[in-house]
Design a protein around this ligand. Sequence first.
Ligand code: ASP
Length: 292
Amino acid sequence: MSKPETFALVIHGGAGARPGRDYTAALKKLHEILESIGGELAGGGSALDAVVRAVAIMEDSALYTAGRGSAPNSDGFVELDASVMDGSTQNAGAIAAVRAVKNPVHAARTVLEKTDHVLLAGRGAESFLREANIAFIDDSDAYFRQAEPDDGRVHGTVGAVAHDTRGDLAAATSTGGIFRKLAGRVGDSPIPGAGVWADKNIAVSCTGHGEYFLRTAAARSIAALKQYKGLSLKHAMDTFLTAQLKPLGGDGGAIAIDEHNNIAANFTGFGMKYGYITDQLQPTTDLQNAYV
Ligand code: ASP
């Protein structure tokens, strides 16, 4: 176990960052989130609250391909996936292929807290969320970012992992999915064990080409490499990326924290927008030099 005063927060704004593109605003927003949510964790806030709040701010910002920044699928609709996992109980909540929800991460938390289920999808999920008073966007055309043909974006996602002063871990992931995905396509982000994982020893949030993260059970694979092979957090993540994801041709990255307050972030291919803060480390953001 870590010392009681230790905490850590790692967040990402999606893998697939391209050389030459200006990510100043996206990185600045990550820095602001680290300062504000890091302050809450330092003051005794819970890991679960921290990851939900951090992801909701990113969803609202329209700077990442999640929430407000999501691009439409091939039928012209934004369909959103999100998940949250509480490491202290291993409870999880998630939504998939849901339209017009303002903050998908709040929807995922509502599934976690108000149902006996883990994942609700599509129209049934929307009915449940309306009844649960989750905020919807009435004019989703005006709210969500319009895709441009030369956008150049392939995919993007936001995520957060946190370790609080009680020693609890949590993870959350939210996405608009892959650019021009088929209607109804669901990626790894809302699937516990693929795009998100949290238990008593680790919290992981992934970003990248979701089909590959599903095929490799990405988040749980990183956890298992640490748990059963005894690898350090960094080594477990690196081993997953190089030995499992890359050989299949997948690209993307992950962020993670373990029960000893170690943090890790790494990716294959293009860069990843990410940042971290701990009781020992100042807020730091980066695009290319992951693997902290
Ligand atoms: N993993 C997400 C998906 O496949 C996209 C991303 O992380 O960029 O839906």
